[in-house]
Design a protein around this ligand. Sequence first.
Ligand code: AMP
Ligand code: MG
Length: 494
Amino acid sequence: MTIFDATTLQATYRQLGEQFSTDQLPTPVANPGLIRVNSALAEQLNLPADELESPESLQIFAGNSVPHNSQPIATAYAAHQFGGWNPQLGDGRAVLLGEVIAEDSLRYDVQLKGAGQTPYSRRGDGRSALGPVLREYLVSEAMAALGVPTTRALAAVTTGEQVVRESFLPGGILTRVASSHIRIGTFQFFSAQGDIESVKTLADYVIDRHYPQARDSNEPYSELLNCVVAAQACLIAQWMSIGFIHGVMNTDNMLVCGETVDYGPCAFMDAYNPQKVFSSIDTHGRYAYARQPEIAHWNLSWLAQALLPLMADEEAEAIEKAQTALNKFSTIFTESYQSLMAAKLGFETPNASVEQLLTALLEIMATHSCDYTLTFRALTDQLAPQGVSDVLGELYPVPEALQAWLKEWLGVLAKENIDHAVAYQLMINNNPAFIPRNHQIEAAIKEATQQNDFKRFHQLVDVLARPYEYRESDNAFAKPPKPEEEVTQTFCGT
Ligand code: AMP
Ligand code: MG
C-alpha cells in the first residue's frame, strides 16, 4: 500500500490551462533509501501515516512510481533574480504530484523536489544533492515548530545515485508540501508576455484557493494585492524576530500564500549583526538580514505591476490603487515586528518605552556580538519563578554589557505593573532556546553525506520540534558555535 492509495490527488492547477504547466513524470532513480518521514504532517494532511514507511511509498517518494490517480506536472514561472529579470524559469527539478485536502479543509500541494529534468531545467540535471535535502527538511520543519508559515517536509529519501556539483555528491529527493507553490514570479511570467487573460485566471485561482475573502470585495484584485502584502509583511516580521535570513529572496522564491519557501542558502544568525549575509552568491548583501523588509516590498511591487490591468481600466487609477496597497506594507510590517519584539521582552503590546528599550538592546547586542537567540532567552530566565530548572544558567548568562540595560528593562516592567509570571510565560512562548544553527546543520549534513550516518540529523529534527522548551539534556544543540565551528557562508541548493 502507498500513502496515496486512498486519496484522490487532485490537479486543479493543471486544469488552469496548458500555459501554466507541462505534464511531467518524475525520472526513476537507481536505488532509493528512506531517510525520514513526517507522520505528524501526514496526519494533518489526512494521509495514512502508517503507510509512510511502506516500500511502495518509498518508490513514490523517489519518483520510481507515480500514485495511481496522479497527473504530475512541472509549473512555469519567471523571476527577478538578484534584481535581474529572467523570463523563463519554472520547476527545473520539481514535479507536482497533485493536491490533497487536509484536515483543516484546505488544499495542499505535494511536490517531489529533485525528481529529474523537466522542460524548465535549462542546463540543470533536475536533481538535488543530499545536503540541501537535509537542510530543507531540518529548517522548514524547525520553522513550522517556531510558528512561522512555511512549506513542510513530508519525506526525504536518498537516490542511490550521485550528482555532479563541484564534486560528486550523493543525491536526494524531498517531498515538499505547500499551501501552494504559486510565486510572485508565476504572475510575472504571464504579465511579461502581455497575457492578461492568464494573469486573471491565476488571480482568480489564488483568490479562491488562498484569499476567498477578496471575492466579497468590490475590487477583488486590489484586495488580493492587499492580502498578499499583509501576508508577506507578517511573514518577514516573523523572520526578523527569530533572526532568520532567507538569503535568496528572488521573486520566484516568494509564495503568494505567504509561506516561507526555498531553504537553499538560508541561515539563522548566531551573533546579532543586522548587516549579516551568509549566502555565497549574495556578494553585494542584497538579501542581508536588515534589508529583508525592503526587498519583500520591492518583490511585491512586481506582483502589483502584474495585477495592474485587472485593478482598473485606466492605468493611472490602477497605479494609484496599487500604490495604496503597497504603502500598507511598511505599517503592517512595523506593527507586526514591534508586537513580536515586545512579546520577546515580556510586553503584551508595544509602546514608546518598549520600542526605546528594544532599540537600545539591539544596539548593545550588535556592538558586543551577543548571540541573538540566547540573549533573549537569558533575559527570559531573569523572570523565571523560583525553582524552575530549565534555565540556560551557565550556558549563556546575561552578557555583562547588558547589566545597565537590564535594570532599565526591569524598571519599565515595574512601571507598567507587569506581573513577572505573565511576562515570563509570554517570553517563553516567543524566545526559542533551540534554533537550527548553521554549524549543527553542517555537522549533520557532513556525517550523513560522508559517513552515511544520519544520527545527528534525526536528533536535530527531534530537538527542533520543541524549540521553546529548554532541555538541559539537549544543551549541545542550544550552544552557539565556537569560533572554529562558525559557518560563515552557505551555498545555494543547486
Ligand atoms: P533556486 O535557486 O533553487 O530558487 O532555483 C532557481 C531556478 O533554477 C528554478 O527554476 C529551479 O527549478 C532551477 N534549478 C535549480 N537547480 C536545478 C537543477 N539542479 N536542475 C534543473 N533546474 C534547477
Ligand atoms: Mg527556488
